[in-house]
Ligand binder design. Structure first.
Ligand code: ATP
Ligand code: MG
Length: 553
């Protein structure tokens, strides 16, 4: 899908119509994360939509932290969310907004609702409220406190505000219709008591508005024109409108819903991601296996690739399970032009070229990028002792095998054709060394009389440095863990593999960030682990080609 198609999604159509009908002068959107965890790729979909709209229509996009729950809102999450949005390349409108900034406004509007007999203080317990609410098939039942006088409600609400009651003892509810077909409209809770300290307002408040009560008012106060949220809020829309109408507020933003992103082999919920961390299935929010923005960044994803992905998945009202290979395609496509190429050996085996003198050293200049000469060159050295990858040698082979075997030839990338002569095994029968000869007339050219199809990568032992390679697989073994209640039963125990190998020495002096290791894939240096282990450590971002066979996951 290209940009033109993204711009034609149903939300753009609505905005175009509103602009044509001169309903709004300036388009204003908002991204309203709850600071209860790190952002994930699902949030990226919403960020992309809201910020791109504000860019395209020359409008604004607010960042508003939905910090109405003091138990869950944390400063560290506020910090990480800001960092991730900036990393994606977006600037929000003026100051950062916080729902908690409007606590006074909500309080004022709650009193207004009570005075108009549209809200009451309910003393039913949480469970009773749930039971009274009914089900889709059964109408709800009025609370015995529903018809309390306005005066009594005002007194009780004041007591709630002053900390007279404990958590869960009473709450403020909207007086709508307990028989409504839409369960959300069956006297929803507007305010609850929480005695926790709030990360912004500390101990100033004992009462906290619910999402439904605070969100529409915050949108209105900020003059948001289009309030875009995911589909699960469809039923809340009636309440959104009801509240704004009953408090008689000036601006009436409109809510539109789109489908959430679901990605194969992944869960996209901060609450569930937090469980993975708690259970030590992953190491923190920015673990490269995590679908968080910080995890993807550490894995080697770029803002461009994530935006490209958001562009390609588009926006609709239908729920899809997006294939992981689409996300991988986007980063591969990006790295193909920005990552220099080097050689690394992930499963090393020693190879000795016996017809070379011991101290032989031949410098070969290699382009860092074949698509772009601006990336410059680096040096490799052809020597007697080199490393190749263990998987590039087979003792027993069939005619289709294109790599090295006894009496078989392959080309060493950028260098000569070699032929294996013999091998040496250790006591367990494992191959320790391969002995070869090289053909001196084959530097970067093919011999006249024979065809050599296989090309393998290699590194000179002397001009190599040790490195660790971290290879990843999805965290889950099932395609749609989000839909499975027992998702924790499907953890992939092989989601990380750690390999000790070698990289070219010349790589270190070049200040590159992303790498294509020939025949291995795209990699990024993991600064955190490199520092901790005191050995350069790479995270594998993605393979070079789409994997057809997923048998390992
Ligand atoms: P989570 O379960 O991960 O906490 P959430 O919806 O509760 O998700 P919020 O912090 O409230 O998270 O979300 C901020 C915005 O991001 C909301 O507008 C929400 O609709 C959107 N969003 C969250 N997850 C997704 C997703 N998977 N796809 C698209 N948008 C999403
Ligand atoms: Mg949430």
């Amino acid at each position: 899908m290209n940009k033109n198609i993204y711009n034609k999604n149903f939300i753009f159509k609505i905005i175009n119509k509103d602009i044509k009908n001169k309903i709004y002068k300036k388009i204003k959107t908002r991204f309203p994360p709850e600071p209860n965890g790190f952002l994930h790729i699902g949030h990226a979909k919403s960020i992309y939509l809201n910020f791109e709209i504000s860019k395209i229509y020359n409008g604004n996009c607010n960042l508003r932290f939905d910090d109405t729950n003091p138990e869950k809102s944390k400063k560290k999450y506020i910090k990480s969310i800001k960092k991730d949005i900036k990393w994606m390349g977006y600037k929000w409108n003026k100051k950062t907004m916080y729902t908690s900034k409007y606590f006074k406004n909500f309080y004022k509007y709650a009193i207004k609702l009570i005075k108009k007999n549209y809200a009451y203080v309910d003393k039913l317990s949480k469970i009773e409220i749930k039971n009274y609410r009914g089900t889709l098939k059964k109408a709800g039942k009025n609370s015995p406190y529903r018809n309390q006088s306005i005066k009594k409600n005002l007194i009780l609400f004041e007591k709630m505000k002053n900390g007279y009651f404990n958590d869960g003892e009473v709450c403020l509810r909207a007086k709508i219709n307990m028989k409504s077909k839409n369960i959300i409209m069956r006297d929803p809770v507007l305010y609850r008591i929480k005695k926790n300290s709030h990360c912004k307002t500390k101990n100033k408040w004992f009462i906290y508005p619910t999402y439904d009560f605070s969100h529409c008012i915050s949108d209105s106060l900020e003059k948001i024109t289009h309030s875009l949220c995911s589909l699960e809020f469809l039923d809340n829309k009636s309440l959104y409108k009801w509240i704004l109408k009953k408090i008689n507020i000036k601006n009436y933003p409109k809510q539109y819903e789109f489908s959430r992103l679901n990605l194969e082999y992944t869960i996209l919920s901060k609450r569930k991601l937090k469980i993975l961390i708690k259970k030590k299935i992953v190491k923190g929010w920015d673990d490269p296996r995590m679908p968080t923005i910080s995890g993807l960044k550490r894995r080697g994803y770029t803002p461009k690739s994530i935006k490209d992905f958001c562009e390609k998945i588009g926006v609709s009202k239908k729920n899809h399970l997006i294939e992981i290979k689409l996300l991988e395609y986007c980063i591969r496509n990006n790295l193909n032009s920005i990552a220099p190429r080097f050689m690394s050996i992930i499963n090393p085996i020693k190879l000795i070229i016996i017809n070379l003198p011991k101290n032989y050293k031949e410098k070969i200049i290699v382009n860092n990028q074949i698509l772009n000469k601006k990336f410059g060159t680096h040096k490799i050295y052809f020597c007697r002792n080199i490393y190749i990858d263990r998987s590039d040698f087979k003792e027993n082979f069939n005619s289709k095998y294109r790599r090295l075997s006894i009496n078989k030839e392959v080309r060493l990338r950028h260098a000569y054709i070699i032929k294996a002569i013999k091998i040496k095994k250790d006591n367990n029968g494992k191959i320790k060394k391969i002995f070869c000869t090289y053909d001196k007339n084959t530097l970067k050219k093919n011999p006249i009389n024979r065809k050599v199809k296989g090309v393998i990568h290699w590194i000179s032992q002397k001009y190599s440095i040790p490195a660790i390679f971290r290879l990843f697989q999805p965290i889950f073994t099932i395609k749609n863990p989000e839909q499975n209640k027992n998702y924790l039963n499907y953890i992939n125990k092989k989601s990380i593999k750690i390999k000790k190998g070698f990289i070219e020495k010349d790589l270190i002096s070049k200040k590159f960030k992303f790498f294509q290791f020939e025949r291995e894939g795209y990699f990024i240096i993991d600064k955190k682990t490199s520092k901790k282990n005191k050995i350069i450590t790479f995270n594998k971002t993605v393979s070079l080609k789409e994997k057809i066979n997923k048998k390992n996951i």
